[in-house]
Design a binder for this molecule. Sequence first.
Ligand SMILES: Cc1ncc(COP(=O)(O)O)c(C=O)c1O
Length: 376
Amino acid sequence: MTVTDIRIPDEIKPVDGRFGSGPSKVRPEGVEALSAVSRTFMGTSHRQKTVRDQVARLRRGLAEFFSIPDGYEVILANGGTSAFWEVATFGLVKEKAQFAEFGEFGAKFVQAVTDAPFLAEPTVHRAPAGQAAYLSAEAGVDVYATVQNETSTGVAVPVRRVAGADPGALLLTDATSGGGSLDVDVSETDVYYLAPQKALGSDGGIWLALMSPAAIERAFEVKATGRYIPQFLDLVTAIEQSRLDQTYNTPALATVFLAAEQVDWMNAQGGLSWAAGRSTESAAAIYGWAEKSAYAQPFITDPAVRSAAVATIDFAEGIDASAIAKVLRANGVVDTEPYRKLGRNQLRVALYPTVDPSDVTALTECIDYVVERLGR
Ligand SMILES: Cc1ncc(COP(=O)(O)O)c(C=O)c1O
């Protein structure tokens, strides 16, 4: 008998076994709605009303969901968050940036700016995996950048402006995995950017950014300097196209539709406070279980920065988390493996609002069941 022969009884299994941090659970109702427009929307031109109406629905829905302040705009384009880091490097940083880096995703944006030959060396405040790093006022910095939820470790920080920053300095917040699961006052940041494959319960491939008037003005200001900006990464083009409810080049239509459908669904449930509440409920279920467990504990020791969007759970010596993940996977409960480069004896569980809190509780029961059978 191998570990994957362990059968978890159906009665204790979650109704939906998808716990991945991205791509994450897509609601079957969303896919059904997409299926209903398979002949009228899919396979039609993104320059025509049918598709532009869906882009408009998504932009409108996000504006409502995040209660964006007056003058903020919802901008989108292709390439996911990774593309947005390059877009911001070319189009928002004037000269010098400062970063709070506390995980692999934050580090990627730091790399993009560090590599840009036309920008000064950025200041980087770093923290070891599992802890948070913070921004602090520094003369000459025109862009501050941080991550609301570091998906690689499960550390989350509040979105707050940097006290004492130079007038006009922008704050950019990576909300790829925090957006939609964690509470936010968008007026506390200039760019709140995310991607559709997490809380928005859709597929990957586009980036979305809630941009303040100051950030939009900065994009035009940087472009006017004549700096070389690759066409595909031109933020001014993205702004102008978004205002027309379209994208510079062809988007994945299914991604746009599923995201619009999900945002409408979340708004109908009660919006961001409902969504964040649901994630908080899931977080209480998994961390509460881990704290009581004899062999599991939250990786993030400081409860103040423990994420309600992505939970990371460490296992005691002698309990092999990768074996647990394998058994879960063989039983249809998938994507609980930790972030690959973190290298810990850990499971990682998405708590996005799409995931039912009762399924998170069921997952903890499944883990207990598997550990009992694996033995120490
Ligand atoms: C916090 C964070 N930032 C950025 C990214 C990269 O997003 P994308 O795959 O859309 O480029 C991810 C993806 O998981 C993420 O979790």
